[in-house]
Structures are given as structure tokens and as C-alpha cells.
Design a protein around this ligand. Structure first.
Ligand code: ATP
Length: 342
């Protein structure tokens, strides 16, 4: 909760920088902003009182300050940005597997800029684990797991917020139905986030998305004509740059036409906690750790070893061969043994 003390001795310049939506409050309450903004809020309000403008206003100084606090709280809530939002880590505490047996780990903490992969057979419970995190489980899901935020019992406030603010989900199917160009799509999102320099953000997302996508697209391309890989690339860049959610949950990044290593680097570079369920060995080894799920329970947590990282290079080369074949087959070419190269 914002208090009068939090804001009254800050300058208007600082307040506007921190809360870019705040000029809207001044406008709504016909508070004149002609003077220099390098004035403390309280001095500004005193000055207005001295000018005897108060008689023309519905509220006195204290009421203005009080309603400004409420306005800031509500706007932050609406935007999914509470003041004490900083999530530095999440911690999983064990529950039970599908047979009701205790899970095989004591506790697992995941910090900012860490990538953790979730591996395990189909139906073993990978998506369930992602859902437990999204729900900030407190022994109240089928797994009885608990999730701590910054080492403390998860606050249920995360659940109630419609802005999906703890977690951003990147699911496998990205089918756009809106009739917008790439430019309009990003612009809409940037405006809803009240970004100040919308043009700069649009260009940044567009460039990053094109970097990730194999085939390039334009700002004028309608989003409904993007290929699967291109839409995925756009969503990843958009989430990394515009989403305020500290945790990104990914249900597999399919291989088609997207630079997956770069995609992960981009997300981690923006200081996100990244959890990714995957069946793909390359992605699994790109993580710092991987959680192995068996029969609904966390069976093991494995740190990616140096040897595995070296093997990752080999796997990527093999993958490049397969990708190349795929492209050539698509173009109607004939494949020969020497094309395989090993
Ligand atoms: N510990 C558990 N206790 C009880 N039920 C569980 C547990 N873990 C998972 N389940 C249930 O098992 C089912 C399959 O789990 P889930 O969908 O998470 O598997 P998955 O590994 O994501 O599968 P896929 O690879 O096919 O996507 C779900 O109904 C889930 O709620």
C-alpha cells in the first residue's frame, strides 16, 4: 500500500518517471502542470493552496495526496506491478507422486536468470509441475507441493491477480486470430503496458523476433500470416521485453524455424526465472539443471555437467544436419549419404 509519506517529498519529475501514468491523475483533477516539475509534490500542493486555487478544487491537499496513493496502487495492480514485486527466487518443497509416495528431493530453489528444464515421459506430470508453480501451490494441488517466493510461503495474492503477473506462459500453440499487423500488435501491447517510448520498444521486439526467426518478416506483415516459427519468435521477444512477470513457463519450444539458444538467452538476459518442459535433448541440456519427473513426482534434480555441455555442441551439429535436410527435402531436393557428413 502506498502512503502519503512515500510520495509527498518526491519531486514531480521523479514521480512521473517512476509512475508514467501519473500525469493522468493531474489531468483528471485539473491540477495545473505549467510550473517546473523539479518541485517536491508537497511544495507543489502547498503552492496551489497559496494560490487559493483550492476553493475551485473539490479536494484539499490531504485528500489529493490520499487519492493519489489509491490511484497509484490501483494502476500498479492493474498493470500487474506491485511495489514489492521483486521476485528473486522460487523454492519448491516436496509433495507426493501419483502413488502417494514422498518426492525424492528436499527443496529446490531456482533463481533469476536460471534455466531449469523439466523432463520425463509423456503423462508423467511435467505440466502439473508448471501448474503448481503458476498456482503458487500450498499443499492444495494433487501433488501436495508447496511453492515459496523469495524463500517465504507463497502469497495467495499472486493467484487472484488477473494480470497473470507471477508467471507468463509460452504455450506450444500460438494461433493468432486478430486482424493486426506485427507493428499494431506490439504497439497495442506496449500501450497497454503504458510504455513511454513505444516506437523504441516496437523496434526492439521486432528486431529480436526477427533474430530468432529463421525466415524474416516485416512490421507490416499481418500476424495471421506469420508461420508457426515466426509467431513463436514474436511471442518470445514480446514476452521477454514487455512482460513484467518474473517467471516464464515454457511448454517446449519446437524446433521449426527458431533459434532456441538465442530465445533462451534473450529471456534469461531479461532476468527471468525460466522453467521449460521439454522432450528435446538439446533444450534439456541448455538448462542449468533439469528436473526429472517420474510417476508424478520429482525423482531427481540433475545439474548439467561440463561433459554434457560439450556434448551439447555435438548434438547441435547433428541437429543442424537434420534441419538442413529438412529444408532441402522441402525444396524437392534428393538427399545422398554424403550429405549427412558423418
Ligand atoms: N503427483 C501427482 N499426484 C496426482 N496426480 C498427478 C501428479 N502429477 C501429475 N498428476 C496428474 O497426471 C496427469 C498427467 O500429468 P501431466 O499432464 O502433467 O503430464 P506431462 O508430463 O505434462 O505429459 P505430456 O508430456 O504428455 O505433456 C494429470 O492429470 C496430472 O494432474
Amino acid at each position: 500500500m502506498m502512503t502519503i509519506n512515500d510520495i509527498q517529498s518526491k519531486t514531480l519529475t521523479d514521480l512521473f518517471e517512476k509512475y508514467p501514468f501519473l500525469p493522468g491523475f493531474f489531468e483528471e483533477h485539473t491540477l495545473d502542470l505549467n510550473e517546473s516539475l523539479d518541485i517536491k509534490l508537497i511544495d507543489y500542493l502547498n503552492f496551489l493552496d497559496e494560490e487559493e486555487e483550492q476553493e475551485n478544487r473539490a479536494m484539499d491537499k490531504t485528500q489529493v495526496l490520499e487519492s493519489m496513493c489509491i490511484y497509484i496502487d490501483q494502476m500498479l495492480e492493474f498493470l500487474g506491478e506491485d511495489e514489492d514485486d521483486g521476485v528473486h527466487s522460487i523454492t519448491l518443497l516436496p509433495g507426493t507422486n501419483k502413488s502417494g509416495e514422498a518426492e525424492m528431493f528436499e527443496e529446490l530453489s531456482i533463481k533469476k536468470s536460471e534455466i531449469v528444464c523439466i523432463v520425463g515421459p509423456t503423462g508423467s506430470g511435467k505440466s502439473r509441475l508448471l501448474a503448481d508453480i503458476e498456482w503458487v501451490a500450498q499443499k492444495d494441488t494433487p501433488t501436495s507441493r508447496s511453492v515459496l517466493i523469495n524463500g517465504e510461503a507463497g502469497d495467495k495474492k499472486w493467484r487472484l491477480n488477473s494480470g497473470n503477473k507471477l508467471v507468463a506462459q509460452l504455450s506450444q500453440n500460438m494461433n493468432f486470430v486478430m486482424d493486426l499487423t506485427v507493428y499494431e500488435f506490439i504497439e497495442l501491447h506496449a500501450q497497454s503496458r503504458l510504455v513511454e517510448d513505444v516506437e523504441r520498444v516496437i523496434n526492439k521486439i521486432f528486431e529480436q523476433a526477427n533474430d530468432l526467426a529463421g525466415e524474416k518478416f516485416e512490421l507490416t506483415t499481418p500476424i495471421t500470416s506469420l508461420s508457426g516459427g515466426q509467431s513463436r519468435a514474436l511471442m518470445i521477444a514480446d514476452t521477454a521485453i514487455l512482460s513484467k512477470s518474473p517467471i516464464i513457463l515454457i511448454d517446449e519450444i519446437e524446433n521449426a524455424g527458431i533459434d532456441r539458444k538465442r530465445a533462451l538467452d534473450l529471456l534469461v538476459g531479461e532476468e527471468k526465472i525460466v522453467l521449460m518442459a521439454t522432450h528435446d535433448p538439446i533444450l534439456a541440456l541448455m538448462g542449468d539443471k533439469r528436473i526429472v519427473i517420474k510417476n508424478g513426482g520429482i525423482h531427481k534434480v540433475i545439474e548439467t555437467s561440463d561433459e554434457e555441455r560439450k556434448l551439447l555442441g555435438d548434438l547441435e551439429r547433428m541437429d543442424a544436419v537434420v534441419q538442413n535436410m529438412r529444408t532441402r527435402l522441402r525444396q524437392g531436393e534428393i538427399i545422398q549419404k554424403e550429405d549427412i557428413g558423418f
